[in-house]
Design a protein around this ligand. Structure first.
Ligand SMILES: Nc1ncnc2c1ncn2[C@@H]1O[C@H](COP(=O)(O)OP(=O)(O)OP(=O)(O)O)[C@@H](O)[C@H]1O
Ligand SMILES: [Mg+2]
Length: 499
């Protein structure tokens, strides 16, 4: 039997773990001996890609050949140009999965593996599909995609922390915010509600601080450091350093000698940043986080008293203003007995063990994070399946058209609240970016049939949160399958050597 691994593909760092027979979890170290692999890809030339720590070191000098935060682009059509070729996000992500696969092979000598791969609960259909195709392209047989906060909860529950209470998993990673309310029982975790944003993460704090540095430098020297890629990358690194050190210190000093050269000589970058300044610079982000927490509670009729415990997950949950915000709302309910960076991958390994039978008699239920719907005749979003619905789930609806002369029925399927659970509204015209289009499905009608056209469209959300659509002509019984799957077909990837 193949081993089943747990994989946390992160915006900043990726991890792979397995659950041993006795239930203990092994986090598999990367080549450089660390328990995590930085999710950074560096193209040394057109045939060689370096992944992880060594790629991160090249980010500074060769930013045009280095790609970080690729998870943020999953499910988009963006092309990344590298040595004259364009790569899609899932193709680049597959290189990270290949590197994890190498660590797995080094760890146990086996070349095949089933996998549970985690995704932000807030990922929509195509973002999920992009992750799955990247993992499969790297040779993992993906058994399911598991929502990251649910994964952390499975781990927490498995180390005997079950109480029968409702816990809030607060997961702020490098690139995403996921908040899930989960009822924990000894043998069952039940996700009740979920909310979040794929536009708030640790990197956004770095960008805000770097912008502040750039503005200060411009004021002092009338020089725009942003137009110099090396200087800008240095400032992003300094911003991240400041953010991390301010988690434990009140004030930090930052220096980059020779950040730029002018006619009058070299200039150095020197800043002192306090917690107070950091808070002011990043206040729109903390406000966004607060709004998402409050909206999740309010829209589901809950009060802070209904939450028994808060589990902080993700490296960015360590940011001092974020910690303060969470403890302002939930006081002493915030737990510190779980490693925020390792909980997600450990939970994925627990789920892998549940699937392969190593862990028995435990179950969990998860819920959808977006409303699923169709575009109506007025260009508005019409919900057909509300969010927070337990999945897997299957349901169908009959569609028709009033004009008999029409030759086909087209149904535009969408998910709403794209990117953030605060993106509420039903007009596609006013806020097109609040909707993720899954496709326009067209069914040809029988021109000779005079009766009212009736098309039965069924929607299936599988255990990975991935949607499949089927249509059936009620009169003729003819079925059409609409594929919403992504397949990586770039043969260049197979010729790349991975280091
Ligand atoms: N001590 C710290 N204080 C503040 N921030 C920190 C600290 N340690 C790590 N971080 C931040 O945490 C983020 C990375 O966290 P993590 O590894 O959990 O993210 P990820 O899993 O890669 O991202 P995501 O889950 O969003 O895809 C980075 O933005 C990093 O700067
Ligand atoms: Mg994460």
């Amino acid at each position: 039997m193949k081993r089943c691994v747990g994989i946390d593909f992160g915006t900043s760092n990726s991890m792979i773990a397995v659950c041993r027979e006795g239930g203990g979890i092994d986090i598999i170290s990367s080549e450089s001996g660390k328990r995590y692999l930085p999710s950074v890809i560096y193209f040394k030339n057109e045939n060689e890609a370096v992944i992880g720590d060594n790629a991160k070191s090249m980010q500074l000098l060769e930013s045009e050949h280095t790609i970080a935060n690729i998870k943020r682009y999953m499910g988009t059509d963006m092309l990344f140009p590298l040595y004259g070729r364009g790569y899609r996000a899932e193709e680049l992500a597959s290189l990270i999965f290949r590197k994890l696969k190498k660590s797995f092979v080094d760890y146990c000598g086996e070349t095949e593996a089933d996998a549970v791969v985690t995704v932000p609960a807030y990922f929509d259909h195509y973002q999920r599909e992009a992750v799955r195709s990247a993992a499969e392209n790297a040779g993992f047989n993906v058994l399911r995609l598991l929502n990251e906060p649910t994964s952390a909860a499975l781990f927490y529950n498995n180390i005997g922390k079950n109480t029968g209470d409702v816990c809030m998993v607060f997961d702020l990673g490098g690139g995403t915010l996921d908040i899930s309310l989960i009822e924990m029982n000894e043998d069952c975790c039940k996700v009740l509600y979920t909310g979040g944003s794929t536009e708030i993460g640790g990197v956004d704090f770095d960008v805000a601080v770097a912008e502040y540095f750039i503005e200060n430098f411009r004021r002092q020297h009338d020089i725009d450091l942003k137009s110099d890629p090396i200087a800008y990358q240095q400032l992003l690194f300094q911003a991240e350093k400041a953010k991390m050190e301010l988690s434990s210190l009140n004030e930090v000093n930052l220096v980059v000698p020779y950040i730029t050269v002018t006619k009058k000589g070299a200039l150095h970058f020197k800043e002192t940043i306090t917690r107070e300044t950091f808070d002011a610079i990043t206040s729109s982000l903390t406000k966004g986080i607060r709004n998402i927490i409050e909206n999740l509670l309010e829209s589901n009729g809950l009060k802070t008293d209904d939450i028994a415990k808060v589990l902080p997950v993700g490296g960015a949950s360590r940011i001092h203003s974020v910690r303060r915000l969470v403890s302002d709302i939930f006081a002493d309910k915030v737990r510190k007995d779980m490693n925020p960076e390792e909980a997600v991958v450990s939970g994925a390994a627990v789920n892998a063990a549940m699937i392969s039978g190593v862990i028995k008699d435990k179950v969990f239920y998860d819920v959808t994070s977006h409303n699923l719907g169709v575009e109506d005749d007025n260009g508005n979003f019409e919900v057909i399946l509300r969010k927070n619905e337990v999945y897997p789930v299957e349901f169908s609806m009959i569609f028709t058209t009033p004009e008999l002369e029409r030759k086909n029925i087209t149904v535009h399927v969408l998910q709403d609240m794209a990117k953030s659970s605060l993106n509420i509204g039903n007009s596609l015209e006013e806020n097109p970016e609040h909707f993720a289009s899954l496709g326009r499905f067209s069914v040809e009608l029988d021109e000779n049939d005079e009766s009212e056209p009736l098309i039965d469209i069924s929607f299936m959300i599988d255990e990975s949160g991935i949607i499949n659509v089927k249509a059936k002509d009620v009169h003729t019984g003819k079925e059409t399958d609409f594929t919403l799957r992504l397949k990586i077909e770039n043969e260049i990837l197979d010729t790349l050597e991975i280091f």
